[in-house]
Design a protein around this ligand. Structure first.
Ligand code: ADP
Ligand code: AMP
Length: 214
């Protein structure tokens, strides 16, 4: 199963992608997580990506594509994957379509998690992330058992630098300009499915499972 998650930053792509990955035994691949892991390790890629991420801008396509094409070579991708945060531009989507086509392969679905802008700032200002294991929480909607500590690994939870309100507004306008056009791109290939992302996260997941098991 090969799935792309679409939606604004903070719509719940990562939350749903993790649930899909666990249920169907496929890897959850988040380009944002890979950039953050590189940043934490101080790699050259991480340093380059940081310049863009901190401003709420997209990392250039060339850098992102190099990274994701390399990730697809891992054995764990043999049975598919759920992509979260990639593709984010039309050239990235075209490169993915071409790479799949070269292997006589195709995506199953692009799932748009639809959440209006008004809800996004609240979601992102309450998001807390574990930089050790990648788990994500929300201080109101999905609070950890112990405040400030990751349920899964016990590490300290942090607010992402790019989840501060000034950067969130930038990221939203970048989303509308560069990523939202992917909705029509995938509609054109008859791959697009939409779910109402304002619902409780378990209900959103139920709707996604219905699409995948239809
Ligand atoms: P994205 O990967 O699209 O940027 P996340 O999955 O990290 O978004 O979700 C953003 C924030 O909103 C997180 O703090 C998450 O816990 C919370 N969240 C995700 N889905 C829902 C939902 N359906 N209702 C309320 N909060 C949610
Ligand atoms: P995310 O974790 O998906 O919210 O991504 C965090 C940041 O990483 C984004 O705001 C971008 O700066 C960068 N990023 C993640 N994925 C991509 C991508 N596919 N293309 C360009 N930049 C990306």
């Amino acid at each position: 199963m090969k799935i792309v998650m679409l939606g604004a930053p903070g719509a719940g792509k990562g939350t749903q992608a993790k649930m899909i990955a666990a249920k169907y035994g496929i890897p959850h691949i988040s380009t944002g997580d890979i950039f953050r892991a590189n940043l934490k390790e101080g790699t050259e890629l991480g340093m380059k990506a940081k310049e863009y991420m901190d401003k709420g801008l997209l990392v250039p396509d060339s850098l992102t594509l190099e990274l994701i094409m390399d990730r697809f070579k891992n054995d764990d991708c043999a049975n598919g994957y759920v992509l979260d945060g990639f593709p984010r531009t039309i050239p990235q989507a075209e490169a993915l379509t071409e790479a799949l086509k070269a292997n006589n392969d195709d995506l199953d679905y692009a799932i748009d998690v639809d959440v209006p802008d008004e809800n996004i700032v609240r979601r992102m200002s309450g998001r807390r992330a574990c930089l050790s294991c990648g788990a994500t929480y929300h201080i109101v909607y999905n609070a950890p058992k112990t405040e400030g500590k990751c349920d899964a690994c016990g590490s300290e939870l942090v607010q992402r630098e790019d989840d501060k309100p000034e950067t969130v507004l930038n990221r939203l306008s970048v989303y509308h300009a560069q990523t939202q056009p992917l909705i029509d791109y995938y509609k054109g290939f008859d791959k697009l499915k939409s779910v109402d992302g304002t619902q409780d996260m378990n209900k959103v997941f139920e709707d996604i499972v219905k699409i995948l098991e239809n």
